[in-house]
Structure formats: structure tokens, C-alpha cells
Design a protein around this ligand. Structure first.
Ligand SMILES: Nc1nc2c(c(=O)[nH]1)N[C@H]1C(S)=C(S)[C@@H](COP(=O)(O)OP(=O)(O)OC[C@H]3O[C@@H](n4cnc5c(=O)[nH]c(N)nc54)[C@H](O)[C@@H]3O)O[C@H]1N2
Ligand SMILES: Nc1nc2c(c(=O)[nH]1)N[C@H]1C(S)=C(S)[C@@H](COP(=O)(O)OP(=O)(O)OC[C@H]3O[C@@H](n4cnc5c(=O)[nH]c(N)nc54)[C@H](O)[C@@H]3O)O[C@H]1N2
Ligand code: SF4
Ligand SMILES: [Mo]
Length: 741
């Protein structure tokens, strides 16, 4: 009998398989190294697994991507270009019947139709009437932004400000540190106190978790600050259920205690910060004392005091330091920019950056000095028909852009053509009632490049098939670790699917005579790495191809450690110091009951959350992933007091509404949220009851810094679904045109 291992080898030799090093390009901090097993005869991928040699991936993938082949080989994949059948109106069709609205065309026809229509639109209304709309379907450097940008810049199309995710937090970090850099995951093992502040680590950043577990085995405590009992909160030593939008005040209360009790590192503050005295005076104001902050944050004065003492004592007298995993939850609020600034100042007060395992991590994306200008060629705007930099549209205002832009003086032209790729805009953009009204416009020419019949695809005039990360080559940084990687193409594109680089290269060649549109993936990767920046010292394309992942070369101290912001040289602000000015001031959000008198009509804070087993709206259509996420399917989570006050019991159908729209969910009364807060998760519109998802309720209002989205500043009212609600609040889908086909 042949032993098992030999059997496997023999089997492989017969069948013939190879292993390809790819990288998960989904919008996740972990950017995992993925080993793809490919059957060489059929060219089919048969297995995906985490690369055990990658220091952060450590051989495992999250639940979503462990089942990635379900996505790649899904029978629902878009496999060829299509155009809308004449006379079929735009709008959703039931899942599985979407193809009825379209007819198959060749790539050549598709490219010609798109090129001609864009050319005519630019001639008639000016090129700014064309709006690209993309986010992070892939965060590979090439797929996210390279040939596409060249194309739209050369065309003179409106520029898109890509603000839907991280721009408030990014602006805040830039204002305090001048750089998006932080504590690396591997160093979390050296921490003695870990604060997960608006960070669902176990759900959204699971490769940080093993390092936290290791720290905890060494005695570290994990405290979660989150208005929702996430699975991270459930696994923590303590969960502080903060009222949404009040983080500025909690951070100020912690500062109050730090300065009051002398936990500030005066020497470090003197050397490394600017504005220490002003911040100290401000933090010590009586309104920032824990007892005063308690009423507004919903966290007791004792808990705030305990938290601040633990934070202040960490790193002293032989104790291990405190580290903050601040994620993007905090900045999806009206005052989210100030909140991130305030939290980010805490390690500047205690000087915890000086110790390995101290500091703070929001994002490491700014550490990768890829040459974005070389890839994206913004100078092309001057060669366009417009001859200058084009106007900028904030992606959070898509509904406005499609329904109002062009009607006011100084607006420029209305949007007449929309090109969506890397994004399920109809599901993820705020205030979707307005977005869908815009997408439904028959005079709007909409191109969608997608892997599936998403909510957005339902509104396409031209629908083009896109590749998955197994089907295209790319180069990657990460926003949760410091390894650069090349993702190799593991399999041939399915059907006629094509990558973003291919699509925009082909369109560029058709419309413009410029060699920049001839560059292939290998040329673009080489260009992305063209930089003198020291962080990329020793990182070449050849080396990335050979080694798979290579660590950035950050400056090191005499002990060989890289400790960001431990010394003044690290700060990249104009003052060259950690910038504490202006001091963060707590202002109650406009759309919030927190700390203000309250809004009688809509008294509940609504958290329109991400699912642990989806990636924003990605995976929401796959049966296996739906099964993993069935616990939250169509559910509104609420506290017993709020339920009782409204006569609601678990299992009741409930209406959730505000002035922007209404959705129907099923109530679950429990302990995941505090009184005054309700929560539901993001899904595709067409998989939601009445075709209306959580973004029916969110607003286009922007954050205080960075023009970010304010998903987590949303007020609603809730009632049993059979009770009458104000008619003007209802979102009628009755006017959604269903094709006659
Ligand atoms: N499984 C999974 N992983 C993902 C994603 C996904 O959809 N699913 N999305 C990816 C993307 S696009 C991103 S940007 C990252 C984001 O990762 P995170 O930043 O972790 O994103 P969120 O889940 O939006 O927010 C984190 C937490 O903030 C909490 N929160 C909301 N409002 C407040 C507040 O006012 N104060 C505080 N303290 N907390 C608040 C929320 O309840 C949530 O649990 O994750 C990525 N990873
Ligand atoms: N209510 C609510 N709304 C939210 C959020 C929330 O937490 N709550 N989160 C917000 C955040 S943080 C973010 S980042 C955004 C995310 O918004 P999006 O970036 O739109 O994210 P996804 O929903 O994952 O949709 C990405 C789409 O890109 C497609 N895609 C993947 N790879 C490729 C490719 O190579 N080429 C092309 N052409 N397409 C590809 C996928 O099939 C998928 O449909 O959503 C935001 N919206
Ligand atoms: S989604 Fe994130 S955790 Fe999952 S495989 Fe991709 S990078 Fe890794
Ligand atoms: Mo995001």
C-alpha cells in the first residue's frame, strides 16, 4: 500500500498541478498572500490557501476568501459583454433573470459603442459631463488606479474624489502625523493593553487577531470601544458601548485624566509635538472630566477613569505599552475627522510610540511609495479637450451629482455619462433613493464593468465582464501590514472577462493616439516601482516576482527596531512635529441625538453595518456566504427598552424610516446595542425586502475633515410594520420600471 503522502504526490504528477502566488486584492487591511493550486491540464484553480511563509497571512484565509472558488466559478459570473435591449427600461430584475434585459455583443462592438458615445457626449456637453465612478473592488495598484485614470484624464472627464471609506481618517492622520503609518501587526504581541477603537478586528481584520491573542497569553488586556457588540467585543476583556459619534469627548476625557494625574511624557511632548500646552489646558477644562463625559458618551465615569488609568499606566514601571487599533468605524461620522485626530493624539501624550508594541494603527497605506503619478498621468488632463484640470465630484454625493449637478451656476455640465467599475454604487453609496433615481435616468449613458449582475449592473446600458484576482496580475501594498507583493495571474480569464487595465488600455487606444495606452501589466508594475523613496530600497519587480512578499525598509534605531514617531524625524507635518493644533473640540453631530437636545422625529441612532462574512456588498449574492451570514439576514437589532416602548418583540416585521426613505426588517431584541441605537447590515438592494437596503436611510452629509461619508451618523424611527408611518417617508419601488421582457 502506498502511504498517503506518496499518493498525493503521485496523484499530482499524474494530474499535473502548479502552485501560483497570488494576493487577495479585496478591500481589506490584511492583503493576504494566497497560494492557488491550478490543475495544469484544465487550467482550473482547484484550491486556495493562505501562504504560511507570509508573516501576517500565516497560512490562513478569512472565511470569505477560503471559499473563493465559489465566486470565481459561480454560474452567475458575467462572461461576455452585453448591451441593454432596446426598449427595456433601467431597474432591478429578480436575481437570476437579469440577463433578460440584455443582449450579448462582441468586445469589439462594446468598445466601439462606448468610445463613440463618450466621444459624442464630450463633444455635446463637454468632457466633464462624463463621470468615472470606482472604488475598491480591487486594491491592487493597477486595478485600483492606473490605466483607468490615464483614460479619464486624457478624456477630460470629471475627477472623482474617492472619499467613501477612509478620507476623514486619512485627513486626520495627515494633520497630526503628516503620514499614514502606524504600529505593525507583528508588534502587537509586545503590547500590554490593546484598545480596539471602532475596530471590528475579528470580523474585518482577522490577521491581526493571532498577534492580539499572543499578547493576551502574555497578560495583555483587550478593551473594545464600539457601540455594537461585535464578535471582537464579545471576545474582549471589556466592551465599552459608546454612543455613536461621541469619540472626541471620550478621547478628551482620557486626556483629562492623563494630564491631571501626570501620565504625560513631558520630554517626549516637548521634542516631538507642537501645541502641548494648549492641548493640556483644553483637556483639563471641567467639561472634559470623566463625570461630564459619561452623560454624553454613555460610558460610566468609573469606566472612563479605569480606561484612562490603564492607558496612562501602560508602558510605565516595567509594564508593556498600550497600543490602539483605531479603525475606520470612528470616522464614518459627522465629526469623525476630529475624532480620529483626538484619538491619534493619545500616544503623543504618553509617548507610547517610543516602546515596541506601543503607538497606534489606523492605516499603513501611506508607507508604500508607489509612483501613482507615473501610473495615473494626471498631466493628461491638460492634453484633453478641456485643456485644464477637470472638476472634482465627491463620490459620497453621487445622488446629487446624478440628479442636481449642472442646475446651479458654476456647476459645469450635468452628468450625461457614468462609467462604473470596481464598485457596486447602487448598493454602497449613501442616500440610495437619490442614487437610484439618478441611475434610472434614460438620458444617462451608463457603462458598468463587473463580475456579477449587481444592483448597479441593473442600470447599465453597456455591461462588461471583469476578472477576479486569480485572473490578472497586479502589484500590492497593504493598509494593515508592511509587505509589498506581486499577485501573479493564476488562471486565464473566465469567458471573455477582462481586467481593468485591459479595458481602459483598449478604450484608450481606440480613442487616442498615445503610447501610454500600450503599457501592459509588467510595464505598469515596473512604473509603479519607479521611485527613489527609501522605504522601497531593495524592492524591485524581479525580487517581488522571486520572493512573493518583501518587507518595506523603514528607518531603524540602534537596536534594529522600526519605531514610527518615536523620534522627531518621523513626523512629516509642516511643523515637523506631532501636530496637536487646533485642539480637538467636541461638537455634537447635526444628525444625532448625542449630547444635543435630540431630534424628536427620529430618536434612534442607526448603524448600517458591514457583514463579517461579506466584503461590503461583495459576496452577498453567493449562497455559501449567505449561509455563513444568515444570522443577520434582514435583521434589525435593538435594545429591549426601545423595543418595549414601541410594542415590538423579536421576530416582528418592523419599518425603519427617516426623511430619506424607509426599509422593512425583522426585529431581534437583544444585547448587541445599547438603548437609543439600532443596527442592521449592508446587503444588495435586490436581496433586501422591497429592494431597499440600509443605504436608503443614510445621508450624503460629509464629515468635518476630508469630505468623508457619514454612514454612522444616521437617525431613524422604528415601528411595527403593520402600524401606519408617515406617507412622505415611504420609498416606493412601484415606479421602478420592470422591463416587459
Ligand atoms: N468581513 C469584512 N471585512 C471587511 C469589510 C467587510 O465589509 N466585511 N470591509 C472592509 C473595508 S471597506 C474597510 S474600510 C475595513 C473597515 O474596518 P472597520 O474600520 O473595522 O469598519 P467598520 O465595521 O465600518 O467599523 C468598525 C466598528 O466601528 C463601530 N462604530 C460605528 N460608529 C462608531 C462610533 O461612533 N464610535 C466608535 N467607537 N465605533 C463606531 C462599528 O459598530 C464597527 O463595529 O474593513 C474591511 N474588511
Ligand atoms: N451602509 C454602509 N454603506 C457602506 C459601508 C458601510 O459600512 N455601511 N462601507 C463603505 C465603505 S468603507 C466602502 S470601502 C464602500 C465599498 O464600496 P465598493 O468598493 O463598491 O465595494 P463592494 O460592495 O465590495 O463592491 C465592489 C465591486 O467591485 C467588483 N469588482 C471586484 N474586482 C473588480 C475588478 O477587478 N474590476 C471591476 N471592474 N470590478 C471589480 C465586485 O464584483 C463588486 O461588485 O462601501 C461603503 N458603503
Ligand atoms: S478578505 Fe482580507 S482576510 Fe480575507 S483573504 Fe482577503 S485580505 Fe485576507
Ligand atoms: Mo472601506
Amino acid at each position: 500500500m502506498i502511504p498517503n503522502t506518496c499518493a498525493a504526490v503521485a496523484d499530482e504528477a499524474v494530474r499535473g498541478s502548479k502552485t501560483v502566488h497570488a494576493v487577495c486584492t479585496h478591500d481589506c487591511p490584511d492583503s493576504c498572500a494566497v497560494l492557488v493550486t491550478v490543475d495544469t491540464q484544465s487550467g482550473r484553480a482547484t484550491k486556495v490557501q493562505g501562504d504560511p511563509s507570509h508573516p501576517v497571512t500565516r497560512g490562513f484565509l478569512c472565511g470569505k476568501v477560503a471559499r473563493y472558488l465559489d465566486r470565481v466559478y459561480s454560474p452567475e459570473r458575467l462572461l461576455y459583454p452585453m448591451r441593454r435591449r432596446p426598449g427595456v427600461l433601467k431597474g432591478p430584475l429578480p436575481q437570476g433573470r437579469e440577463a433578460e434585459a440584455f443582449e450579448r455583443i462582441s468586445w469589439d462592438e462594446a468598445l466601439e459603442l462606448v468610445a463613440q458615445r463618450l466621444e459624442r457626449t464630450a463633444a455635446a456637453f463637454g468632457p466633464e459631463s462624463i463621470l468615472p465612478y470606482s472604488y475598491a473592488g480591487t486594491i491592487g495598484q493597477l486595478g485600483y488606479g492606473s490605466m483607468d485614470r490615464r483614460f479619464f484624464h486624457r478624456l477630460g472627464a470629471s475627477q472623482l474624489d474617492r472619499t467613501i471609506c477612509a478620507s476623514a481618517g486619512g485627513a486626520a492622520m495627515m494633520s497630526v502625523y503628516g503620514m499614514k503609518l502606524g504600529t505593525v501587526p507583528q508588534d502587537f504581541v509586545h503590547a500590554g493593553l490593546i484598545l480596539a477603537w471602532g475596530a471590528n478586528i475579528h470580523g474585518n481584520n482577522v490577521h491581526l487577531w493571532p498577534f492580539i491573542e499572543e499578547a493576551r497569553r502574555n497578560g495583555a488586556k483587550l478593551i473594545v470601544i464600539d457601540p455594537y457588540r461585535t464578535r471582537t467585543a464579545a471576545l474582549a476583556d471589556e466592551h465599552l458601548s459608546i454612543r455613536p459619534g461621541t469619540d472626541v469627548l471620550l478621547a478628551l476625557a482620557i486626556m483629562h485624566v492623563l494630564f491631571r494625574d501626570g501620565y504625560d511624557d513631558a520630554a517626549y511632548m516637548h521634542d516631538c509635538t507642537r501645541g502641548a500646552e494648549a492641548l493640556k489646558m483644553h483637556a483639563l477644562l471641567p467639561e472634559h472630566a470623566p463625570e461630564r463625559a459619561a452623560a454624553i458618551t454613555g460610558i460610566t465615569a468609573e469606566a472612563i477613569e479605569r480606561l484612562a488609568q490603564a492607558y496612562g499606566k501602560a508602558g510605565r514601571e516595567g509594564r508593556a505599552p498600550a497600543v490602539i487599533r483605531l479603525n475606520y468605524g470612528v470616522q464614518r461620522s459627522e465629526n469623525g475627522g476630529t475624532a480620529v485626530r483626538a484619538v491619534a493624539m493619545l500616544p503623543l501624550i504618553t509617548g507610547s510610540w517610543k516602546q515596541r508594541g506601543g503607538g497606534l494603527l489606523l492605516s499603513t497605506s501611506g508607507s508604500f511609495p508607489f509612483n501613482a503619478n507615473r501610473l495615473q498621468m494626471p498631466e493628461f488632463m491638460h492634453a484633453s479637450r478641456l485643456g485644464r484640470a477637470s472638476r472634482v465630484v465627491n463620490m459620497n454625493e453621487l445622488g446629487m451629482a446624478l440628479t442636481e449637478l449642472g442646475s446651479r451656476a458654476g456647476d459645469g455640465p450635468p452628468v450625461k455619462a457614468l462609467f462604473v467599475y470596481n464598485c457596486n454604487a447602487a448598493a454602497v453609496a449613501p442616500d440610495s433613493v437619490r442614487v437610484l433615481a439618478g441611475l434610472r435616468r434614460e438620458d444617462l449613458f451608463t457603462v458598468v464593468h463587473e463580475q456579477f449582475f449587481t444592483d448597479t449592473a441593473d442600470y447599465a446600458d453597456i455591461l462588461l465582464p471583469a476578472t477576479t484576482f486569480l485572473e490578472a496580475k497586479d502589484v500590492m501594498g497593504a493598509y494593515g501590514h508592511l509587505f509589498a507583493q506581486i499577485s501573479q495571474q493564476a488562471i486565464a480569464p473566465l469567458g471573455e472577462a477582462r481586467s481593468n487595465v485591459w479595458l481602459f488600455g483598449a478604450l484608450g487606444r481606440r480613442m487616442f493616439d498615445d503610447p501610454a495606452f500600450n503599457d501592459d501589466e509588467d510595464a505598469l508594475i515596473a512604473q509603479a516601482l519607479e521611485t527613489d523613496h527609501s522605504f522601497f530600497n531593495g524592492i524591485t519587480k524581479a525580487r517581488l516576482e522571486r520572493e512573493g512578499h518583501v518587507a518595506l525598509s523603514l528607518p531603524k534605531n540602534e537596536r534594529g527596531e522600526s519605531l514610527p514617531f518615536s523620534t522627531p524625524e518621523w513626523f512629516a507635518t509642516p511643523s515637523g512635529r506631532g501636530e496637536l493644533l487646533p485642539v480637538p473640540v467636541f461638537v455634537a453631530p447635526q444628525e444625532s441625538r448625542s449630547g444635543a437636545a435630540g431630534d424628536g422625529a427620529y430618536p434612534l441612532e442607526f448603524l448600517p453595518r458591514k457583514a463579517d462574512n461579506f466584503m461590503n456588498s461583495t459576496f452577498a449574492n453567493l449562497p455559501g456566504h449567505q449561509q455563513m451570514e444568515r444570522r443577520t439576514d434582514g435583521i434589525l437589532e435593538m435594545h429591549i427598552e426601545d423595543a418595549r416602548a414601541r410594542g415590538i418583540a423579536s421576530g416582528d416585521a418592523v419599518s425603519v424610516w427617516n426623511a430619506r426613505g424607509r426599509i422593512t426588517l425583522k426585529a431581534r431584541v437583544g444585547t448587541t446595542v445599547a438603548t437609543g441605537v439600532v443596527a442592521a447590515r449592508l446587503d444588495w438592494q435586490k436581496l433586501s425586502h422591497n429592494g431597499a437596503n440600509v443605504n436608503t436611510l443614510t445621508s450624503e452629509r460629509l464629515t468635518d475633515l476630508g469630505g468623508g461619508a457619514t454612514f454612522y451618523s444616521t437617525l431613524v424611527e422604528v415601528a411595527r410594520a403593520n402600524r401606519p408611518t408617515p406617507p412622505e417617508a415611504s420609498t416606493s419601488l412601484a415606479d421602478t420600471a420592470l422591463p416587459s421582457a
